[in-house]
Write a protein that binds this ligand. Structure first.
Ligand SMILES: Cc1cc2nc3c(=O)[nH]c(=O)nc-3n(C[C@H](O)[C@H](O)[C@H](O)COP(=O)(O)OP(=O)(O)OC[C@H]3O[C@@H](n4cnc5c(N)ncnc54)[C@H](O)[C@@H]3O)c2cc1C
Length: 599
């Protein structure tokens, strides 16, 4: 059974204890809210997810989107749910006040998106992309475009999409062929076909604002000749009312493995009226604002899928009666004990819980830095926050979505054969979670971005500031009694990470394949160590709060953290061994050897 209750206790812990009063005061000052108001909004958001979105998750998966002659219909109930989403003002919550948003801190978005994903990942893509398109237009478009488009996107009456992919152009965006020709009035006419466009067509909103990458005549080849264009489905008049229909259409939708309620469209643009966003040939810069936001949000999707997988598996593990506990029957009066008594089941459940709570902390701390980078007056602090977000974006995207998929599979394992049966709803998690490892740049590409771009960026400044933060914490807490047992685990992994980083940096200088080859292993090692740092901090906080712990929340925090540090974090050891053995065993493997077992 798909079971979900928003993890509000953990979110409140992060906000009030982990991000500490100084930083959360900073957040709340910006949004002019008291902590009680913020918690109230979170509770209302959780009700929307649990009561409206969750009940549509399995039916939406079963029915999927349908296509008929250019018109896309979302599954039953989605239109109503979206109407309520808009009427309740949820789309505008964390958007810029200047253009109709409510200015809540970005961390609200992160918590809300996690809850939406856990309840209904397919639904979440529609508002999620609108928010990211809003940010890209807000950062790069002319004032005229902002005034015309952003207020309606803030309410959610108009949605947004992101158009990069073409049949011949996936990861390598320099291969894009879509062409935009300038017109005398300053607009462009855009022609081309984009594929896999999420929400490219749907029946939820009255207008769809497409952000489309295209070349202009005579533009330089490759990525340097790409510009970004705003292409509305219906062209608004100057007063904002809807005018004529633009020359673009949805040609078909994809029949997919998962997120079936999220429409994935082939979009044809045929001399469609368009307006440039940002500077000519600087489309990637403008689009990266959307992509970076979207990458963080996809990381949040990984967490959301992992959390609902965990909760659904936990529910089943407490209900399903099979076998007897090895430490003696727990239910001697009935035929068998619940499967939660079995060590293997417990281990799987705890792995999911420990990873979820650690990732939630990492994402929340990063979300806080997004806001700091936006509004902090001190230039140095702004830069530090920006550095953190740039460094962690590929880590969060890749690691969290890998965990989302792993947890969905662990949930099926805990359900046994019943997990393979559709009615129970957990096989849907496996299918839905899988896409997050692929879109917004595959996880392999995130690892390359991390190792090839983020680590050497500004002479290693981003990485150095992370190392400095962890090192300083370890030194400051050398005699912290609360961490006596736990700090050594973090120190060991941190040492391994430093050693492996030096190895990669020196090898990669001479042979790019030696740097790129182990990048996914390195990213995982980095993510686990970051979570180790977060868990040690959680344990310290929880120890200090133990005197006021009526529900055992802090005790559970400490026990979960100890599990993470002892049982999950040591994987950094095997990752290090693999990385230090070099990449030649696969980079120099002869191509014909791949076929040796069958040709
Ligand atoms: C359901 C769904 C929704 C989507 N939504 C959108 C959307 O809204 N907008 C949009 O524009 N796109 C969207 N996409 C497209 C998605 O972002 C791409 O599928 C993804 O970026 C990968 O591109 P590709 O599928 O062409 O794979 P390819 O680029 O062909 O890559 C195939 C494999 O090769 C690897 N690879 C490729 N190049 C390299 C390299 N240089 N080094 C190492 N490995 C490499 C990749 O990691 C991958 O494993 C969506 C896709 C799906 C399935």
């Amino acid at each position: 059974m798909q079971t979900y209750k928003a993890p509000l206790n953990d979110m409140k812990f992060i906000l009030e204890d982990f991000l500490n009063s100084g930083t959360s005061n900073f957040l709340l000052k910006e949004s002019e809210l008291e902590i009680e108001d913020f918690n109230f909004i979170l509770e209302e958001a959780s009700k929307f997810c649990e009561e409206i979105l969750l009940p549509l998750n399995q039916s939406g998966d079963k029915e999927g989107c349908t296509f008929d002659n250019g018109i896309v219909t979302t599954p039953q109930g989605f239109k109503d749910a979206y109407k309520k989403f808009v009427e309740n003002g949820w789309q505008s919550a964390a958007l810029d006040k200047k253009y109709g948003g409510q200015g809540l801190p970005y961390i609200f978005n992160v918590f809300f998106d996690e809850m939406i994903t856990s309840s209904n990942m397919g639904f979440g893509n529609y508002p999620g992309l609108t928010g990211n398109a809003f940010e890209a237009i807000n950062k790069s478009a002319s004032e005229e475009l902002k005034k015309l488009y952003l207020p309606k996107m803030a309410t959610g009456e108009w949605t947004g999409t992101m158009n990069l992919t073409e049949p011949q152009c996936g990861t390598d965006l320099g291969l894009s062929k879509a062409m935009a020709s300038p017109q005398k009035d300053g607009s462009y006419k855009l022609t081309g076909t984009k594929i896999f466009i999420t929400g490219g067509e749907q029946d939820l909103s009255e207008n769809i604002i497409h952000l489309v990458l295209a070349r202009t005549p005579g533009a330089p080849k490759g990525i340097k000749g790409i510009s970004l264009f705003l292409v509305p489905k219906v062209i608004p008049n100057r007063d904002g009312l809807l005018g004529e229909r633009n020359s673009l259409a949805c040609g078909s939708i994809e029949d997919k493995m998962g997120i079936k309620s999220s429409s994935t469209c082939v979009m044809h643009y045929n001399d469609a009226k368009s307006w440039i966003v940002g500077d000519l040939h600087k489309g990637m810069k403008a689009m990266f604002i959307m992509m970076n936001g979207a990458r963080l949000m996809v990381g949040v999707q990984g967490l959301g899928m992992s959390e609902v997988s965990y909760q659904s598996a936990l529910y089943y593990a407490k209900e399903r009666l099979q076998g007897r506990s090895l430490s003696g029957p727990k239910n001697p009066e009935i035929a068998a004990d619940p499967i939660i008594v079995h060590p293997d089941v417990r281990k799987n459940l705890l792995k999911m819980k420990a990873l979820n709570e650690g990732i939630r902390g990492l994402i929340s701390f990063t979300a806080l830095q997004v806001d700091v980078a936006k509004v902090e007056n001190d230039k140095y602090k702004r830069q530090r926050a920006d550095d953190w977000v740039a460094l962690m974006t590929p880590v969060i995207k890749a690691f969290s979505t890998d965990v989302g998929s792993e947890s969905a599979n662990l949930a099926v394992q805990i359900y046994g054969g019943h997990g393979f049966i559709k009615d129970h709803g957990v096989e849907q998690f496996v299918r839905d979670a899988r896409i997050a490892q692929l879109y917004e740049g595959t996880n392999g590409i995130q690892a390359l971005d991390f190792v090839g771009r983020k680590l050497p960026m500004h002479n290693g400044r981003l990485l150095k500031s992370f190392f400095h933060l962890v090192k300083e914490y370890i030194e400051e807490n050398a005699f912290n009694y609360n961490l006596k047992e736990n700090m050594p685990h973090l120190m060991k992994s941190f040492g391994r990470l430093q050693q492996t980083t030096n190895f990669l940096a020196s090898k990669g200088l001479y042979d790019p394949e030696e740097g790129a080859g182990p990048s996914t292993d390195y990213l995982k090692m980095f993510a686990l160590t970051s979570l180790g740092y977060i868990w040690v901090r959680y344990i310290d906080i929880a120890n200090k709060k133990m005197n006021d712990d009526p529900k055992g929340f802090y005790k559970a925090k400490i026990a979960t953290g100890e599990y993470f540090l002892k049982k999950v974090l040591p994987e950094t050891g095997s990752l290090m061994s693999s990385i230090l053995s070099g990449a030649k065993s696969y980079t120099k493997y002869e191509n014909e050897y791949f076929e040796s077992s069958f040709n």
